[in-house]
Write a protein that binds this ligand. Structure first.
Ligand code: NAD
Length: 471
């Protein structure tokens, strides 16, 4: 059993003042695999003080120095990528193929930040003035459990690019992943205090970060409910906030799309990361007159996605992160039936032979209307709702009839047509004909999917404060 009894403050692994123990459970078997000692408010304050002390020197480092640090962080993460992947599979249940992508993506946060820094203008001429973009101060970074390394590395890479120092609070459920990524980041040998990592509960460590006057900015990824609490708490000290929250992303198949290609992609968009993705395309909008064709394809394709031991190479869907998450998803599948949707594939209960872990049957509903709760609420599991439309205008209206606006997908044989549709969708990203990701394009939500943007130039600007010098 893994015992994690240290937090990372001022460049050292230290014993926390907090004494509460949190159990780490393997979601594949529901067996106890580790225990973490959680930090408390005092630990958080110590981490904030250390980041504050490191800020004056770090904030005036040159771009070349920051690029050097980012390169060392990249190298340190890449060096242990196999271990990182294995721990993510063990603790979180991510299938190997997905966990490998996440590890790679986390490391690339640092190399992508280097690319952005190379051409970023920290000093700009605006009107007759000079505008200097200055680092904000200490950044509080609060992250969820569903792709822990990418959030920690992505946010830290941007903070470092800006010249900010950081206090990071990862999800308490990811402590084994946090331990190994912290060891990697420590190995890079940055000045003490530039980043600090405190395991702990949201309402303890997260709340202290939110209210503390020495935190200048919060970058949060997580649920909309908690995002709102952080925004409310942050306003008292006028912290800058970037909130990356939930989603209920529409995936519009236009009537001229190649369904043989678009349907498998739609299944991946919905079931990737076992459905535990903020960008999951959970509402599939299809032309009413092609519903039967869609149903036949979905029925044929979903069984090809293997559910099982995430450590096996062929597995596409692993267990959900926790028993709580399993129960929540079961409730939604039950609700879909009660609301009158038709179960096309899947349903309640475990897949046969997988009763020990938090495994869910990949589930697809048809006959869903956009007013049903399964079409409106974020389920965060492999549950897809198929909704029909009659005209392109209706498809756009359904797509936009949501309180979220993180990501959307459009498929069409005519890219210009898809672009026209994309221009009418209220979402931070619209992906056309596939599942591409661009690490330099802004990422973030319209409406209740969040505030602000991450990645590339937009992400970096969010850690900087413009100061105009007028002569
Ligand atoms: P969560 O909101 O419960 O927790 C996220 C983090 O916030 C955790 O570290 C948690 O400990 C902390 N937290 C909880 N209460 C807090 C409080 N009162 N003050 C400060 N911090 C607090 O989310 P989760 O269950 O870990 O993750 C799933 C959610 O994250 C989903 O809603 C998903 O859509 C969202 N998410 C969004 C994105 C995005 O980029 N938009 C990406 C991944 C996940």
């Amino acid at each position: 059993m893994k015992i994690i009894d240290k937090i990372y403050v001022n460049g050292e692994f230290i014993t926390p003042h907090g004494t509460e123990i949190f159990d780490l459970i393997n979601p594949t078997t529901n067996e106890l695999i580790g225990q973490v000692t959680l930090g408390d408010e005092e630990d958080t304050r110590k981490a904030i003080a250390s980041a504050k002390a490191a800020f004056p020197a770090f904030s005036i480092t040159t771009v070349e120095e920051r690029i050097g640090y980012l390169q060392r962080l990249y190298d340190a993460v890449v060096k242990r990528s196999d271990e990182l992947t294995a721990v993510m599979t063990l603790e979180y249940g991510a299938p190997q193929q997905f966990a490998g992508l996440i590890t790679d993506y986390a490391a690339k946060s640092f190399s992508n930040a280097i690319e952005t820094l190379k051409t970023f203008e920290f000093v700009r001429k605006v009107g007759s003035s000079t505008v200097i973009l200055e680092p904000l101060g200490v950044a509080g970074i609060i992250t969820p459990w569903n792709a822990s390394y990418t959030f920690i590395c992505g946010k830290l890479a941007t903070a470092i690019s800006a010249g900010c120092t950081a206090v990071i609070k990862p999800s308490e459920m990811s402590a084994m992943q946090t331990q190994i990524i912290t060891e990697c980041l420590h190995e890079a040998g940055l000045p003490a205090g530039v980043f600090n990592i405190v395991n702990g509960l949201g309402e303890v460590v997260g709340a202290e970060i939110t209210s503390h006057p020495d935190i200048a900015k919060i970058s949060f990824t997580g649920s909309t409910v908690v995002g709102k609490m952080i925004a409310r708490g942050a306003v008292d000290t006028m912290k800058r906030v970037t909130l990356e929250l939930g989603g209920k992303s529409p995936n519009i198949l236009l009537d001229d799309a190649d369904f043989n290609q678009a349907i498998p992609q739609a299944i991946i968009a919905a079931f990737g990361n076992t459905g535990q993705a903020c960008i999951a395309g959970t509402r599939l909008l299809v032309p009413e007159n092609r519903l039967e064709e869609v149903k036949a394809l979905v029925k044929a394709i979903v069984p090809q996605f293997k559910v099982g031991d995430p450590a096996e190479a062929a597995t596409a869907l692993g267990p959900l992160v926790s028993k709580k998450q399993y129960d929540r998803v079961q409730q939604y599948i039950k609700l879909g039936v009660e609301e009158g949707a038709e179960l096309l594939v899947g349903g309640e209960g475990h897949p046969e032979g997988l009763e020990a872990g938090n495994f869910v049957k990949p589930t697809v509903f048809t006959g869903v209307t956009n007013d049903m709760r399964i079409a409106r609420e974020e389920i965060f599991g492999p549950v897809l709702s198929i909704i029909t439309y009659q005209t392109e205008e209706e498809a756009i209206a359904i797509a936009n009839d949501t309180s979220y606006g993180l990501q959307a997908y459009v498929s069409s044989a005519d890219v210009e047509r898809a672009k026209r549709v994309a221009s009418k969708i209220n979402a931070g990203r619209v992906v056309i004909n596939g599942l591409n990701h661009d690490p330099f394009a802004p990422f973030g939500g319209f409406k209740q999917s969040g505030i602000g943007r991450e990645y590339g130039v937009y992400g970096l600007e969010a850690y900087l404060e413009p100061k105009a010098i007028i002569i």
